[in-house]
Ligand binder design. Structure first.
Ligand SMILES: *[C@@H]1O[C@H](CO)[C@@H](O)[C@H](O)[C@H]1NC(C)=O
Ligand SMILES: *[C@@H]1O[C@H](CO)[C@@H](O)[C@H](O)[C@H]1NC(C)=O
Ligand SMILES: *[C@@H]1O[C@H](CO)[C@@H](O)[C@H](O)[C@H]1NC(C)=O
Ligand SMILES: *[C@@H]1O[C@H](CO)[C@@H](O)[C@H](O)[C@H]1NC(C)=O
Ligand SMILES: *[C@@H]1O[C@H](CO)[C@@H](O)[C@H](O)[C@H]1NC(C)=O
Ligand SMILES: *[C@@H]1O[C@H](CO)[C@@H](O)[C@H](O)[C@H]1NC(C)=O
Ligand SMILES: *[C@@H]1O[C@H](CO)[C@@H](O)[C@H](O)[C@H]1NC(C)=O
Ligand SMILES: *[C@@H]1O[C@H](CO)[C@@H](O)[C@H](O)[C@H]1NC(C)=O
Ligand SMILES: *[C@@H]1O[C@H](CO)[C@@H](O)[C@H](O)[C@H]1NC(C)=O
Ligand SMILES: *[C@@H]1O[C@H](CO)[C@@H](O)[C@H](O)[C@H]1NC(C)=O
Ligand SMILES: *[C@@H]1O[C@H](CO)[C@@H](O)[C@H](O)[C@H]1NC(C)=O
Length: 601
């Protein structure tokens, strides 16, 4: 009896000690207690469904650990469910770790109930339950209102603004862009010490003062009577092989690709009704449908690569664009820049309206005949995009396909597209940074010295930096007029691809960390099960991390990629709240470009 009482006192003393340490005295025992409070915000019915399901709609929300001391851990068994008269829960959500003050995006899958027509506005309560660790079950809830089920789009801006980029696009991270067309024949846009878009050759040719001096160059090289459309004869595509392009995309570690199907010069590389226009490679020059060759080969031989299409909404010199003139897009017919005489716009068909009779049917061809997965528009301006997108999204949904369109179609679009720029910090709205491997051109520029192209190192640095900030990277290659790709671009893409593939788990299908993209030379990416630390320069013997990363004593921290992949590296938390990763010279020497470490929850 006496003994039992004494034991009770001892147990009580240990409980007292643990309570004290949890409050911050002595060694922290963060894993012992469940958070007292979590908060749900930004709960939304999204336009997305879980890929491969029968339209199981994704509700997305942010969960924040509002407890100032206790961590959410795997032992809390957080389970997010939905209670609603309008939808049924299909896939509950979960979250394995959240330190005090941290936030994460959580998804739940629901299905409209049988009496609820998809797209009807309705409400649901999302409920997060946790606390199995302490045996003290807790919950928090939030109300979400919006379209229940994946409904029809109608041709209004408002309806289409509901659409967001599908998760396959958010997962893909890295794509290859191809600017290839008549401008690849002169392949010129150079003046020391800088350059300008070689694909703008025809436009620059009309501006004698423009810094690239294209006007003078053309006169000296081809003579005044050689019109831009005469480059059709040089656009031989004699070495074009869709398999070699696709093999390169794959080796580069990219997950999608976007060829230019028609640039501002209006010369298309795909097919459409001859009553719309004959200005294409199907009617002139090589008489081939390159977009079909590329997309259909990809569909059969590289089905894991997503297939996009770039399309310029305006045409510089189409006689019918004059009515919609804006900015540098004034319409035609074209003139000879040296004599001023009006010249033929090759393949022109005199329909009644540029937008309804050329632009819309061409985009419809890309949407329906070519089954594009990304409508990568350029320039915007006069458009019928609400008509196109609403019908296309509804049609694609009928096939169980989720598609995307950028912000240059005349609509808000699924994502923003900074060009030859990136974002300094995380941007929560999805974005995709684009640039050429060339320092200032998308189209091939024969004057660019090899050492000016993006290197494997620079590509890897860009991918990691952009992905940590919620971006995708669409990197452009400018093939030559014969369809071949310069060795330097091939070599550098393959070099980057070797790194990217070896570090795939820390890049593809990750999400940005809501707290910070990373301080100094550190960048972070996250998955449901792990947290990735990327060091953008070769580490010293130790790496000090001052950001509040979700590391708990006892976690396994290992090397990702390089020759010591999987090796455990010691991590310690310092008394000032920073962390020290003891890398060692062997690990520092075992990789290149970016050094990556994984914390498993
Ligand atoms: C959450 O919602 C707020 C207010 O609408 C918005 O500013 C913020 O960007 C959203 N956060 C994320 C991560 O989407
Ligand atoms: C989460 O909740 C759902 C619905 O109540 C239940 O079916 C599921 O088993 C729960 N999962 C866990 C891990 O508790
Ligand atoms: C959801 O909506 C569709 C289309 O109206 C309907 O066929 C289906 O029965 C609804 N509910 C479920 C659970 O599928
Ligand atoms: C939330 O917790 C309270 C208090 O423990 C409990 O009464 C309630 O039923 C719980 N609600 C849900 C939806 O689990
Ligand atoms: C080209 O170089 C000049 C002189 O350095 C500079 O003023 C100009 O902004 C540069 N143009 C571009 C497009 O980079
Ligand atoms: C294009 O073809 C013309 C003759 O058709 C020729 O004079 C010119 O050199 C060619 N240019 C290129 C870049 O191949
Ligand atoms: C191009 O498309 C039209 C119909 O729009 C079709 O009649 C023609 O055969 C196609 N041409 C090629 C080369 O595919
Ligand atoms: C197109 O046809 C209209 C009506 O026949 C005519 O007025 C116009 O000049 C034509 N435009 C061109 C560029 O041929
Ligand atoms: C797209 O077209 C609509 C009219 O159909 C117009 O209101 C909108 O301004 C256009 N977008 C751009 C970027 O010009
Ligand atoms: C787009 O389509 C509508 C309906 O067909 C039409 O009225 C409109 O003029 C078209 N063009 C533009 C530029 O909006
Ligand atoms: C290595 O140490 C130097 C000197 O303290 C510092 O400038 C550099 O940023 C460190 N490198 C890394 C990757 O932390």
């Amino acid at each position: 009896m006496f003994f039992v009482v004494k034991l009770g006192l001892i147990v009580g003393f240990w409980q007292y000690l643990c309570a004290q340490t949890a409050l911050g005295y002595g060694i922290p025992r963060k894993d012992l207690d469940s958070p007292g409070t979590l908060a749900i915000s930004n709960a939304t019915f999204t336009s997305k469904w879980i890929e491969g399901t029968d339209l199981v709609q994704i509700i997305e929300m942010i969960i924040e650990n509002t407890d100032s001391t206790n961590w959410l851990t795997t032992s809390d068994k957080l389970n997010v469910t939905v209670v609603s008269d309008s939808v049924n829960l299909v896939q509950p959500g979960t979250l394995l770790r959240l330190r005090p003050g941290d936030r994460a995006i959580v998804q739940v899958g629901v299905k409209n109930k049988s009496n609820v027509s998809p797209g009807t506005t309705c409400s649901a309560t999302v409920v997060a339950n946790w606390g199995s660790a302490s045996g003290n079950l807790r919950n928090t809830t939030a109300t979400v209102t919006g379209p229940c089920g994946i409904g029809n789009y109608v041709s209004t801006d408002g309806s289409l603004e509901f659409h967001s980029s599908p998760d396959w696009f958010n997962d893909a991270k890295y794509g290859i862009f191809f600017h290839w067309g008549l401008y690849s024949a002169p392949a010129y846009g150079y003046i020391q010490p800088n350059e300008s878009y070689a694909e703008w050759y025809w436009k620059r040719q009309h501006d004698p003062t423009y810094e690239t001096h294209t006007y003078q160059y053309h006169l000296e090289t081809y003579g005044e009577s050689f019109n831009y459309d005469d480059f059709v004869s040089n656009f031989t595509a004699s070495k074009f092989d869709p398999r070699s392009w696709l093999e390169l995309i794959d080796a580069a570690g990219a997950q999608y690709f976007v060829p230019v199907t028609k640039h501002h010069d209006g010369f298309a590389l795909f097919n459409f009704s001859a009553s719309v226009s004959k200005r294409s490679s199907v009617h002139y020059g090589p008489k081939r449908d390159f977009i079909k060759e590329l997309l259909s080969t990809a569909k059969t031989d590289y089905p894991h690569l997503r297939r996009g299409t770039y399309f310029s909404l305006p045409e510089w010199y189409n006689p019918l664009y004059t009515k919609y003139a804006q900015g540098e897009f004034l319409g035609g017919p074209p003139t000879n820049p040296y004599t001023g005489e009006t010249i033929e716009y090759t393949g022109f068909v005199n329909v009644s309206d540029f937008v309804t009779d050329i632009q819309l049917p061409q985009m419809e061809a890309l949407a329906y005949d070519y089954e594009t997965e990304i409508m990568w528009c350029d320039i915007g301006g006069a458009n019928n995009s609400t008509i196109l997108m609403s019908a296309w999204l509804n049609w694609a949904r009928g096939q169980g396909r989720q598609v995307a369109f950028n912000n240059r179609c005349g609509l808000k679009g699924d994502y923003d597209t900074p060009e030859y720029q990136t974002n300094a910090n995380t941007v929560a709205r999805k974005w995709e940074s684009t640039r050429g491997m060339d320092p200032f051109s998308f189209g091939y520029n024969y004057m660019t010295p090899d050492d000016q192209y993006l290197t494997g190192y620079e590509i890897v640095q860009a991918v990691v930096d952009i992905v940590s900030k919620n971006g995708n990277f669409l990197l452009d290659v400018g093939p030559r007029n014969d369809g071949s790709i310069a060795d330097i671009m091939v070599a550098n893409l393959r070099d980057a691809g070797t790194w990217i593939k070896a570090h795939a788990e820390s890049i593809y299908s990750t999400r940005y960390w809501l707290t910070t993209a990373g301080t100094g030379n550190l960048r972070y990416t996250t998955t449901a099960e792990a947290f990735y630390i990327h060091v953008l320069s070769q580490p010293n013997a130790t790496v000090t991390i001052s950001d509040p990363i979700p590391y708990l004593a006892g976690d396994s921290v290992t090397v990702v990629g390089g020759s010591l992949a999987g090796k455990a590296v010691p991590m310690t938390e310092n008394s000032d709240g920073t962390y020290t990763l003891t890398v060692g010279s062997d690990v520092a020497a075992a990789d290149k470009y970016v050094w990556t470490f994984r914390i498993v929850y």
